[in-house]
Design a protein around this ligand. Structure first.
Ligand code: KG4
Ligand code: ZN
Length: 334
């Protein structure tokens, strides 16, 4: 009998639902909350309310696209954390009620584990053990993955995440939120001719707050000499910022590969949609003799297919959650 799973994701500002059959993605629907652009960042209370109104239509779309009735489902999976507590609560409450109503098991999934498992949405798949650079709006981590459900964090950011660095730099440039995709697009037409400082952090950890301050001071200095500096040099500034972030990320990834001896290397999370990072990873991979894995765009940014991919593994092992399960926000432990 095939195993049909419904997965939902509501940790931040995307309301997403997906259907998987035997671990294969049948549908992957996302409703992005455009309203946050008005505020230049995600407003938690606004996000929770938008999840409430988006969730049911997104779930219905995912079931319809997969051609699956809710009565065919074997389990429902949801993101337990980390993320915004209010947003997570909407998904958690929905999943619990759905599990009760359909009398099917409930499966809780960690959002960051799920970003890594997005590498298994479509072949070719990495073999174990592999390293994954998980780069999102809230996290920057190097993960050593020994099994679909066994992940060890061997490097992480001491302050800002890579996505946050893109978004904050973009804000200084007057770009809309989230700025990562805008910087990516503009960088394609520019040259990285402005040099920005590299942090000197030991080991496999990252730091992006120094870069953020350096960008602020650089822009202040240049715009006081020429108020039109940003406008006149936008593409080159974006190319320089992107080059700097990508260099920092890949330097640590190269170090992690050397230290662990692992040559199967993947990237995941919203920032893995960045064209500079994707191109440079492939270039570095060829030079270093790595086998590299990059998810398709729709599996990089927040989506529910990745939640379903972890859930499928848990389903096979009978790892179900109870009705008393509570979400955990960013910074809280599981
Ligand atoms: O994984 P994600 O969708 O949500 C979180 O879990 O945080 O990541 C969102 C982050 C944002 O900071 C956004 O600016 C960044 O991913 N991002 C990008 C690109 N697409 C999304 N950053 C750089 N280049 C992109 N093309
Ligand atoms: Zn994410």
């Amino acid at each position: 009998m095939p195993v049909h799973l419904l997965a939902i994701e509501s940790s931040c500002d995307d309301t997403a639902a997906a259907v998987l059959t035997d671990g294969q993605v049948r549908s992957n629907c996302v409703a992005s909350q455009e309203i946050h652009r008005l505020y230049g960042g995600v407003v938690p209370e606004v996000a929770s309310r938008a999840h409430q109104s988006n969730l049911l239509p997104v779930v219905e779309a995912a079931l319809q696209q997969a051609g699956i009735s809710k009565h065919d489902l074997n389990a429902i999976a949801f993101t337990r954390g980390p993320g915004l507590l209010g947003s997570l609560l909407v998904g958690t409450a929905f999943a619990k009620a759905f599990a009760l109503a359909q009398n099917i098991p409930l499966i809780e999934v960690d959002h960051m584990d799920a970003h890594v498992m997005a590498l298994f949405a479509e072949p070719p798949f990495p073999s174990f053990p592999f390293l994954c650079l998980t780069v999102s709006g809230g996290h920057t981590q190097i993960i050593r993955v020994t099994d679909p459900l066994e992940m060890e964090r061997i490097g992480y950011t001491l302050d800002d995440a890579a996505g946050e660095a893109f978004d904050k730099a973009g804000k200084m440039l007057g770009l809309p939120y989230p700025a990562g995709p805008h910087i990516d697009r503009l960088a394609r037409e520019g040259t990285p001719r402005f040099s920005l400082p590299e942090p000197s952090i030991e080991g496999l950890n990252f730091s992006f707050s120094g870069l953020k301050t350096a960008i602020l001071y650089f822009l202040r200095k240049e715009t006081s000499a020429n108020p039109a500096f940003i406008e006149e040099n936008l593409a080159d500034i974006c190319a320089s910022i992107q080059h700097s972030i990508v260099t920092i990320l890949l330097k640590k990834l190269k170090r992690a590969a050397k230290e662990t001896g692992i040559r199967q290397i993947g990237i995941a999370g919203g920032v893995s949609a960045n064209s500079g990072l994707r191109t440079e990873l492939e270039r570095l991979g060829k030079k270093e003799g790595w086998k590299t894995f990059i998810p398709k765009f729709q599996y990089c940014t927040d989506n529910a297919a990745m939640i379903g991919l972890v859930a499928h593994q848990k389903y096979l092992l009978g790892q179900f959650a109870s009705q008393s399960v509570a979400p955990y926000a960013s910074g809280q432990s599981r």
